[in-house]
Every structure is written in structure tokens, then in C-alpha cells.
Design a binder for this molecule. Structure first.
Ligand code: PHE
Length: 341
């Protein structure tokens, strides 16, 4: 087993199974958001927690944060939803039970107000609203990191970091995707966007062409930006892609690691999501844990672009995929800490 600790506990208020996976605390307390979403079975939520928590270790490592990787996942039942407050208190109890090995934050299906409720049961929670003592919504900062990453990708792939006039397809206009849309529109980029929910009006407001998720994935653009759920890049979807590069905030974009090789073979530059998506976590950690100034925090978010540029450059000069470079960096880092223990 690769993970340090995985627990699934039945919440005593809701009766729902709550899973927390702690992948690694080698760098420090494990951190990772709380995901509330639908799965065919709660065991699928456990599987997802395993993958997502491992990705968080990669994220904290590449961001140079003194944190490990973890994740909370709850499979929401089909049909009748549980009382939300009761569920969040159940989540808070489960995190408290871990005694500081893990701290949570927002993720798919949760936001700052939810963190405030979890915070009634445990202090190990990031991104409560400012009024509740936290750093608030992290999605805007995730988007800032995505923009820094897009500049690095454009410099590597097209020879210029300029976003103006470039063509982007944003797949997912949720909280992070919506901010990315707004920021790219302000840069005068050409935009295509999609979502499974009806967010066409939002797209139109920013001059983006609204298409179906399927057409968005296969759009003829410079960069595809996955900003919804993971697992969209597969042996089945890669042949249909018409983008030159892919960089976005969705976690676990590849269904399996080998898909990175398929993208490479097609000449599509894939920026590893653990680097691109780190802005929210970086902001929350820098503010709440490291108590940094706004200038220091901004420099860290900007640093996502520098980190990615180095990775892409290393991959290009050594002839391997960026995914391989990232895997090597993470493995070396974990080994370094393992020796010290
Ligand atoms: N959802 C965030 C991520 O995947 C997790 C997070 C954000 C955790 C902010 C803590 C603070 O990176």
C-alpha cells in the first residue's frame, strides 16, 4: 500500500460513509480538499480518494509547501440528499479524529461556508470565510495560477507567453473555470467554453463561443483547459483532440499515467495538473499557515509559471514527457524525506 492511512467512517448524524485518505505526511501535515459528489457506490469514493490524495502529495511537493497529501471524499446518495450541515459536521468529526495528521479545504462540491461548518468540529480546515478567520474562496487564486501556467505553456509551445489572440477551450465553467474565463477574456484571448450545466450566458458575457463538452474537448484551439472533473484524457479521447497543448486546473486529468505518452506521441504538450492546479492550495497555505504578506503570496502564485517552465524545458531537452519529469521530482522528494525518518 502506497498510502500512510485511509479511513472510512460512518458519520453518526447522516449514516454516510466518509473517507479520508492520507497519502503522505513526509513533508508535513497532509492537506487536500473535501469532495462531495455522486459516485455509483461509496467504494468508488474510496478509490477516488486514493488517487486524489496521491495527487495532493505531488501538488504540495512541486509547490514547495511544507505539507503532505490527503483528501476527503463523500459519495452523495442518489435521490434524497442528506442534511448538508449534518454531513459537514460528520466530516469535521472525522477530520478531528485524525488528530492533526490531515487538514481539509474546499474541493468539488464544497466552498468556504462549508469550511466554516467543518470548522465547528476541527481547527484543521483551510479557506473558511474571512469572517470565520480563514483565507476565503481559493478558486480565484487557483485561476491566477492557471494563467501563470498558460503563459509558460505558450512560451514553450508557441515561443511567446502572450495570451492575446491565442485560442483557448475551457472545459468546465464552475468556480475556477469561471475565473479563468474572465481572466482570459481580459487578456483578449479567443475563447470556446462548455459545461454540463447551462452556463452559456456566462460564456456569452465574456465573448466565448458556447459549445457542447464533446466539441470543446475536440476544439481546434491552441490550448485546451480542463477545468471540470478528472479522467477526461484517455486512450479513447486523445485521438480526437485538435489542440496543441493542454493545461488546466482539473485534478487527475489522465485516466492512467500511460496516457501522457499518447499525448506526447500526438505532439500535444500536456502540463501536469499537479503543477497547474496548485494556486488555491498555495494561497491558503501561504496566508493561513505561513502568514506571508500579499506580495509574498503573489510571488508564490507567479512561481507556478516558473516551476512549469523549468519542467517543460527539462522534458524538451531530455526527450521525456513533462509527466515523467514531474514523477521523478516527486519520487526524489519522497525518498529524501524517507531517508531522514
Ligand atoms: N481543492 C484544492 C486542491 O485540489 C484543495 C485545497 C485548496 C486544500 C485550498 C486546501 C486549501 O488543490
Amino acid at each position: 500500500m502506497e498510502h500512510e492511512l485511509v479511513i472510512t467512517r460512518r458519520g453518526h448524524r447522516t449514516g454516510l460513509p466518509i473517507t479520508v485518505a492520507v497519502h503522505s505526511t513526509a513533508r508535513g501535515m497532509a492537506a487536500g480538499g473535501c469532495r462531495l459528489t455522486h459516485y455509483p457506490h461509496w467504494r468508488d469514493a474510496v478509490t477516488d480518494a486514493l488517487r486524489l490524495s496521491a495527487a495532493m502529495t505531488g501538488k504540495t511537493t512541486l509547490a514547495g509547501l511544507p505539507l503532505g497529501g490527503g483528501k476527503t471524499v463523500v459519495a452523495l446518495p442518489a435521490g434524497h440528499l442528506p442534511d448538508r450541515r449534518a454531513l459537514l459536521l460528520d466530516v469535521g468529526d472525522t477530520i478531528a479524529f485524525l488528530g492533526g495528521r490531515y487538514a481539509t479545504g474546499p474541493d468539488v462540491g464544497t466552498g468556504p461556508d462549508d469550511m466554516a461548518v467543518i470548522g465547528e468540529r476541527t481547527e484543521h480546515v483551510f479557506c473558511r470565510p474571512a469572517s470565520a478567520g480563514g483565507s476565503g474562496d481559493s478558486s480565484e487564486h487557483t485561476a491566477t495560477g492557471v494563467i501563470a501556467a498558460l503563459r509558460a505553456v505558450c512560451r514553450q509551445r508557441f515561443g511567446s507567453p502572450d495570451l492575446a489572440g491565442r485560442r483557448f477551450a475551457i472545459l468546465g465553467l464552475g468556480r475556477v473555470g469561471g475565473h479563468v474565463l474572465r481572466l482570459l477574456a481580459a487578456e483578449r484571448a479567443h475563447l470556446v467554453a462548455a459545461d454540463t450545466e447551462d452556463r452559456g450566458a456566462l460564456a456569452a458575457r465574456h465573448g466565448a463561443t458556447w459549445v457542447s463538452p464533446r466539441d470543446c474537448l475536440a476544439a481546434d484551439v491552441d490550448v485546451l483547459i480542463p477545468a471540470a472533473l478528472g479522467g477526461l484524457l484517455t486512450a479513447a479521447s486523445v485521438p480526437a483532440l485538435r489542440c496543441a497543448a493542454i493545461a488546466g486546473p482539473a485534478n487527475n486529468q489522465l485516466d492512467v499515467p500511460a496516457t501522457a505518452d499518447l499525448l506526447h506521441e500526438r505532439g500535444i504538450l500536456w502540463a501536469p495538473d499537479v503543477v497547474v492546479s496548485a494556486g488555491g492550495l498555495i494561497h491558503a497555505t501561504a496566508v493561513e499557515l505561513l502568514h506571508e504578506t500579499p506580495e509574498q503570496v503573489a510571488a508564490r502564485l507567479h512561481g507556478i509559471g516558473d516551476t512549469l517552465a523549468t519542467i517543460l524545458q527539462t522534458a524538451a531537452t531530455t526527450g521525456v514527457t513533462p509527466a515523467t519529469v514531474v514523477d521523478q521530482l516527486i519520487t526524489q522528494d519522497q525518498d529524501r524525506f524517507a531517508v531522514r525518518h
